[in-house]
Ligand binder design. Structure first.
Ligand SMILES: N[C@@H](CCC(=O)N[C@@H](CS)C(=O)NCC(=O)O)C(=O)O
Length: 201
């Protein structure tokens, strides 16, 4: 049995979405980041955490990849060249796209006010735009990152696109990226995850 620990408007959304993609049952405990409840599962107080038969796994990428691997869906098998390419996409999503969003969020509302920097926010936007140019080139005419098959990095990039547009207020560039994001957002499991997320305010 799976239990997602984390308010679903955080990166816990990724885990909810992956569970919906896999058609699995789960419970959701919408604990807030840095709360005592979050710290009980993860010393950093960061969410999400997934409880698998009571055992905790932290970090959304590790959780989503674990779920994909253990159900042999939305991933290529470990040890294959395709998996290396898929993991390179995952790393791109985290290093180039998510890091710009997260550092921008830190400099907008997470860090103590006196440590926030408008220059840092501008640098994040600059990095995000560069990453979007790279995404355009890497995607080419593919339906999804790895071709026709939806895999873990598509879920991460789809989540980051939402974060950019709805959280940071950053526009996606013209070109192939909006069509790619629209394909991801039309997935039935994504829509179910949005409905689950929107039950919490
Ligand atoms: N690498 C972690 C990052 C998790 C993370 O930073 N989550 C945010 C909410 S989206 C959080 O809990 N922040 C609290 C903090 O930074 O202290 C993941 O992908 O799950």
């Amino acid at each position: 049995m799976y239990k997602v620990i984390g308010f679903p408007k955080t990166r816990a959304f990724r885990v909810v979405w992956m569970l919906e993609e896999l058609g699995l049952d789960y419970d959701l405990d919408p604990v807030k980041p840095r709360s005592e409840e979050a710290k009980a599962y993860n010393p950093s107080g960061k969410v999400p955490v997934l409880l698998v038969d009571g055992e905790a796994i932290s970090d959304s990428v590790a959780i989503c990849q674990y779920l994909a691997d253990s159900h042999a869906r939305f991933t290529f098998p470990a040890g294959t060249l395709e998996r290396a390419r898929q993991d390179s996409w995952t790393q791109f999503a985290v290093d180039d796209v998510e890091s710009a969003l997260w550092f921008n969020a830190k400099n907008t509302f997470v860090l103590p006010e006196e440590l926030r920097s408008s220059t840092a926010r501008a640098a994040c936007k600059y990095d995000f735009d560069r990453a979007m140019n790279v995404l355009e080139t890497r995607l080419g005419s593919n339906t999804y990152a790895m071709g026709d098959e939806f895999t873990v990095p598509d879920l991460l990039l789809g989540h980051c696109a939402n974060w950019a547009e709805n959280g940071a207020g950053w526009e996606l560039p013209d070109g192939v990226v909006p069509g790619y994001v629209a394909r991801i957002r039309s997935r039935p499991a994504y829509l179910k995850a949005v409905a689950a997320r929107d039950r919490y305010s």
